[in-house]
Design a protein around this ligand. Structure first.
Ligand code: FEO
Length: 160
């Protein structure tokens, strides 16, 4: 495997695990506010990010590459209310999409079609991840402006 493609993939394992950390941090923040449904939504999201990391780890191993686990950074976002969490989640997913696109670019530039094909799953996944993050913002803005609406949305997210 091309060195640059390898490094980007290996680093993406770390980025996905950082995403899990970030979503757990969001779950903690929302849970502390008493919003157990919102917290549950982000806990599940954290689980998905761990699965993404494992998928990439498996792909590297299948390709006879050595996985190097790097230190996971402390989540550094400062939240100021519910909407700030939802917006940070959407921004973060847009950032992850850009990372996946960068790996895709690197793979294409060395004709590593196998990695490009592997990344197709992530390209589609990022569409869903961005959409669900955006959907939360829309729902919050539409329905959660009063406490009754917030109560209902919290209940709905708890069923994810
Ligand atoms: Fe692994 Fe939310 O992207």
């Amino acid at each position: 495997m091309d060195k640059k493609v390898y490094e980007l993939l290996n680093d993406q394992i770390n980025k996905e695990l950082y995403s899990a950390y970030l979503y757990l941090d969001m779950a903690n923040y929302l849970g502390d506010m008493g919003l157990d449904g919102f917290a549950h939504w982000y806990e599940l999201q954290a689980g998905e990010e761990q699965e993404h990391a494992l998928k990439i780890r498996k792909y590297l191993i299948e390709n006879d590459q050595k996985v190097e686990l790097l230190a996971i950074a402390k989540p550094d976002k400062v939240f100021d209310g519910i909407l700030s969490v939802l917006e940070a989640g959407y921004e973060h997913e847009q950032y992850v999409t850009s990372l996946i696109n960068d790996i895709y670019d690197a793979a294409m530039s060395v004709k590593d079609w196998r990695t490009a094909q592997f990344l197709d799953w992530f390209v589609k996944e990022q569409l869903e991840e961005e959409e669900s993050a955006r959907d939360l913002i829309t729902k919050y803005n539409l329905f959660a402006k009063d406490s009754a609406g917030l109560y209902e949305l919290n209940k709905e997210l708890g069923k994810r």
